[in-house]
Write a protein that binds this ligand. Structure first.
Ligand code: GTP
Ligand code: MG
Length: 249
């Protein structure tokens, strides 16, 4: 009689990293929606920069119900440094006793990124090192942005793609999934972007290592609660740093 092979597939562990600044009205419900997806072995890390609205308290309430870890920083230091700090701690196995995950997802706290996309990101990362939730491929889009904001985002992407010579349509996307190896390929001490240029910088560095980057379509929706942190400094940083990235690698 033929023996039946029992194949045991290990459940992949997933950490979701969410930076917050004044997201008290968003983070609790978003966290509940994420854990309601029922993704196995999923844990959440929130990096909060001493939000004056008490976001950290909402995170602590969530942590009483779900595997949620709060990294609290003393002052607002930019989304790029928040991610870099979390990723370094994750790779060093310093988050609680959770070990080092197989996959890491990054997303915004303000519901611009639909949590129901998470299973699709995890499916796509089976055949890639980084998956970008992309607004600028067929099936993707943006809801509730005015023309100026659309134009800024579109132009930033055209500019970065041309300067860096990479094929990806949405380089400034903030909804992404990394295989652990992709995070390990980046020298986090070297990543210097404070703001949105962080998104471009990380994709470019992974690309330069020859890793596989794919895009899946997402519809991005402008925030309903809270205020935007977009400002001129962030835009200027991006235009300058894309050039520097090209020159210095
Ligand atoms: N920890 C931390 N998080 C930040 C900082 N700046 C922005 N964030 C968070 O990063 C995510 C993206 O920032 P947003 O302000 O939503 O940026 P955006 O989506 O480009 O702009 P709007 O949605 O129009 O406000 C959100 O979860 C913010 O709360 C920061 O300095 N520190
Ligand atoms: Mg937003």
């Amino acid at each position: 009689m033929a023996k039946t092979a029992v194949v045991k597939t290990r459940i992949m562990s997933v950490f979701i990293v969410i930076p917050t600044y004044n997201e008290r009205d968003n983070i609790g419900a978003l966290g509940r929606a994420i854990f309601a997806l029922g993704v196995p072995d999923l844990k959440m890390i929130v990096v909060d920069d001493a939000s004056p609205d008490g976001t950290a308290d909402a995170v602590r309430e969530l942590a009483a119900l779900y595997p949620v870890h709060l990294i609290g920083r003393p002052a607002k230091r930019g989304l790029g440094t928040a991610y870099a700090e979390a990723f370094r701690a994750i790779l060093a196995g310093q988050i609680c006793d959770w070990g080092v995950p197989d996959h890491v997802i990054q997303m915004d706290a303000d519901w611009s990124h639909d949590p129901t996309v998470i299973p699709r990101l995890l499916e796509a990362v089976q055949d890639a090192d980084v998956v970008i939730g992309s607004r600028y491929i067929a099936g993707g889009g943006i809801r509730n942005w005015d023309r100026a904001r659309r134009a800024l985002s579109f132009f930033a992407n055209v500019y970065a793609r041309a300067v860096l010579g990479v094929p990806y349509r949405d380089l400034t996307a903030g909804f992404k999934c990394y295989r652990r190896a992709a995070l390990e390929a980046i020298d986090w001490g070297e990543v210097s972007s404070m703001g949105y240029n962080f998104q471009i910088e990380t994709v470019y560095k992974v690309h330069r290592k020859g890793l596989r980057i794919t895009e899946i379509p997402i519809v991005f929706t402008e925030r309903k609660h809270g205020v935007s942190k977009m400002n001129l400094g962030i835009i200027i940083e991006s235009f300058r740093k894309v050039l520097l990235l090209r020159l210095r690698g």
